[in-house]
Design a protein around this ligand. Structure first.
Ligand SMILES: Nc1ncnc2c1ncn2[C@@H]1O[C@H](COP(=O)(O)OP(=O)(O)O)[C@@H](O)[C@H]1O
Ligand code: SF4
Ligand SMILES: [Mg+2]
Length: 396
């Protein structure tokens, strides 16, 4: 053994990528719709069935995944978020003490199983990105746990986090701002390899070319710069870059929101293909429900820093329980009116400021069903059907 190198994940994936057929994958990306893809995916369908009951509502005293008889018993939980809070200082006194806090994420608990896609939706500003960034520890957390493969990363310092950094990657909405315009594609994609492993220069180039083929780009693209590509192509470069260090978890933060509708389907389709082949786990964030339906195994709906509903994807669309979810669904144009959820309503009013202190249910200022209790008591996220959770007094 002449050279010391990290041989675990990179090589494993190297093989996986080598054995993959980029041409076939490219054809699939071009030819299939996300819906068709999902319908044909046995693995995804299986996940949909048995990941049903896997949110961990509440904080202290909430359902424990380790408890005997828990719905998660025997399930492979990759990420277990418990009572996550992230407060940003909103104003400070003359002496630098925080006098006002913005509760971007306020006591959120859920689990993501290995190999699944957990969709996270809600209006802009409700705390989705902050949740995702806390999970991959781009933010320090105010309190709560982020158990990754059983170990709580929340209190870890950078040195301890290092091995986890390679296992978790992210792609964001605007690939242009996340790709350094002064680096060419070869440099952009090989940069994570330089940080996380000891590939030689030639090995790095070979790996970059494999990754490019895998995301539907050509080898001659390696020497070009981000501004020479379309939005969809730039997102493909971001995806290739995120996969370079062979992660197991990818935070997909609105990766298709800025793309043309026709390109959105291709990118979602490609992410699904990659997930199946590389065994990836995704947290897929979107601001509207139409974008997460087909890729998600389960979906969580956020409102003002809280999870208000979590359900298996199809169930959320066919039987939404929370008035906010209903309103979000009614905002989606439905090609077949018969498929529209019963009782869907248009969302009234604006999202209140997260700086406002709201007693009771945070949704009550916009809720057409609010009752007296909603003003005084905050509803807890409760299981209302197997694997289906909602935080609303109407379901208690
Ligand atoms: N770094 C930050 N500093 C201060 N406030 C922030 C920061 N990041 C996000 N916020 C605030 O936290 C709230 C949630 O933001 P975000 O998580 O980005 O929402 P979303 O992704 O759902 O649009 C917003 O009110 C936003 O202004
Ligand atoms: S708890 Fe009350 S205000 Fe909140 S969503 Fe349910 S009915 Fe509406
Ligand atoms: Mg966001």
């Amino acid at each position: 053994m002449s050279q010391e190198r990290d041989t675990t994940a990179p090589d494993a994936s190297h093989t996986a990528l080598k054995s993959a057929d980029p041409g076939a994958a490219g054809a699939a990306v071009r030819g299939e719709t996300p819906g068709a893809r999902v319908a044909g995916s046995g693995r995804r369908a299986r996940d949909g069935n048995h990941t049903a009951a896997s949110v961990a509502p509440g904080t202290a005293g909430g359902e424990s995944g380790d408890a005997a008889g828990s719905p998660d018993q025997g399930r492979d939980v990759l990420i277990d978020v418990r009572g996550l809070k992230k407060y940003f200082p909103a104003s400070r006194s003359l002496f630098g003490r925080t006098t006002r806090e913005l509760r971007a994420v306020d006591d959120v608990s859920f689990r993501i199983h290995r190999g699944e896609t957990f969709g996270l939706v809600g209006e802009s500003g409700c705390g989705k990105s902050t949740t995702g960034r806390c999970i991959i520890r781009l933010h320090d957390v105010t309190s709560g746990e982020i158990r990754y493969d059983g170990r709580d990363m929340a209190p870890m310092a950078e040195k301890e986090l290092k091995p986890y950094r390679k296992r978790m990657q992210a792609i964001f909405q605007d690939p242009y701002s996340s790709l350094n315009p002064g680096m060419n594609v070869l440099q952009l994609i090989s940069e994570p390899l330089e940080i996380h492993s000891a590939f030689s220069r030639a090995e790095r180039r070979e790996r970059v070319l494999e990754l490019l083929a895998r995301v539907g780009l050509k080898s001659e693209h390696a020497d070009r710069y981000p501004h020479e590509f379309s939005g969809g192509q730039r997102q493909r470069i971001s995806i290739a870059r995120s996969l370079a260090a062979s992660p197991e978890f990818v935070l997909c933060d609105e990766p298709i929101s800025a793309l043309d509708v026709s390109v959105q389907a291709q990118v979602v389709n490609m992410l699904e293909e990659l997930q199946d082949e590389l065994g990836l786990t995704y947290l897929f964030i979107a601001h509207d429900l139409s974008m997460v339906r087909h890729i998600s195994t389960r979906i969580g709906v956020m409102y003002l820093g809280k999870l208000v509903e979590v359900a298996p994807s199809e169930e959320l669309y066919t039987s939404p329980a929370h008035p906010y979810t209903e309103a979000l669904l009614s905002a989606i144009p439905v090609p077949d009116p018969k498929a529209a959820p019963a009782g869907g309503r248009i969302l009234q009013g604006d999202l209140p400021s997260p700086l406002e202190s709201i007693t009771g249910c945070k949704f009550r200022s916009r809720c057409p069903f609010a009752i007296g209790r909603c003003a005084v008591q905050e509803p807890e996220l409760r299981e209302i059907a197997p694997g289906h959770y909602a935080a609303c007094h109407l379901h208690e």
